[in-house]
Design a protein around this ligand. Structure first.
Ligand SMILES: Nc1ncnc2c1ncn2[C@@H]1O[C@H](COP(=O)(O)OP(=O)(O)O)[C@@H](O)[C@H]1O
Ligand SMILES: [Mg+2]
Length: 256
């Protein structure tokens, strides 16, 4: 099985995690699984949007494995340290009915995420062929993608709010993707949190200027706000809610 990989990118707060959650919910309900959900944001919260408990993150395991004594104590006699490390990392997965969730998490100390990026990449490589979809939630930049955690990107969703600056930000991401020669098969723009679901002419003009391909506009939705405020997983808002109605149309267009 060769999975279809979907990645989101855009400024913080534009709704990347919410959109990832809704995509995972949609794929699961349409029986398109098995799905691997990857939370590659060090400030992970995809699990909250999905309504599942956070699995032990790769970052947490890394922290633990750094203490030699702790490893020596728990190292099973039949395993080398290398095997044990791999075994520990492979436990960093929450298994739900329709999807598995892999969370990168954070590591302390150094500012560089190279090591944990490497682990994340290794885990994805190891498991990817068991899934029909891989959905990756990223932090604001494209750091992880640019460091090559994904074998390839099939669908890149640029997420912006309904502001000129938001559109300019994803415009820069689109340029970076080109420079990095990531060559997603499909790159589309989603404008999220648009007041009344309507795009202002100025924003439309900016989309044209940035040469972006708009696939749909998702309204600012009171239901999402309500779910969030009540601590309920926002990917489970009713199907008839404005956000899901708009997302369902987008996902149909993407022919997932
Ligand atoms: N369409 C929407 N309507 C209302 N609130 C939204 C919508 N999309 C996202 N939000 C809210 O905006 C905030 C940021 O969304 P989030 O998905 O965490 O963004 P990101 O992952 O890009 O930082 C969250 O509180 C989320 O519930
Ligand atoms: Mg997020």
């Amino acid at each position: 099985m060769k999975p279809i990989t979907i990645a989101v990118a855009g400024k913080g707060g534009t709704g990347k995690t919410t959109i990832c959650g809704i995509i995972i919910d949609y794929l699961g309900k349409s029986g398109k699984g098995p799905i691997l959900a990857v939370d590659a944001d060090p400030n992970s919260n995809l699990n909250e949007v999905l309504g599942v408990e956070m699995p032990t993150t790769l970052g947490e395991i890394r922290e633990k494995m750094q203490y030699k004594d702790a490893v020596d104590e728990s190292l099973p006699p039949s395993m080398t340290k290398q095997e044990y490390t791999e075994f520990m990392f492979s436990g960093a997965m929450a298994e739900e009915d329709n999807y598995d969730l892999l969370v990168m998490g954070r590591t302390q100390g150094e500012g560089c995420y190279c090591y944990i990026n490497g682990v994340l990449k290794a885990q994805i490589d190891k498991y990817k062929n068991g899934y029909s979809y891989i959905v990756v939630d990223n932090e604001a930049g494209l750091e992880h993608i640019s460091r090559g955690i994904l074998p390839h990107i099939d669908i890149l969703l640029l997420v912006s709010d309904a502001s000129r600056r938001g559109i300019q930000a994803v415009g820069r991401v689109a340029t970076m993707v080109e420079e990095l020669k990531l060559k997603p098969k499909v790159t589309k723009l989603i404008v999220n949190r648009a007041p009344g679901g309507v795009l202002d002419d100025g924003v439309k003009e900016e989309i044209g200027k940035q040469n972006l391909d708009l696939i749909g506009v998702v309204p600012q939705d009171e239901t999402v706000y309500r779910y969030d405020a009540d601590g309920k997983p926002s990917s489970t808002v009713p199907e008839e809610s404005p956000v899901k109605t708009a997302m369902n149309e987008i996902l149909k267009k993407l022919e997932l």
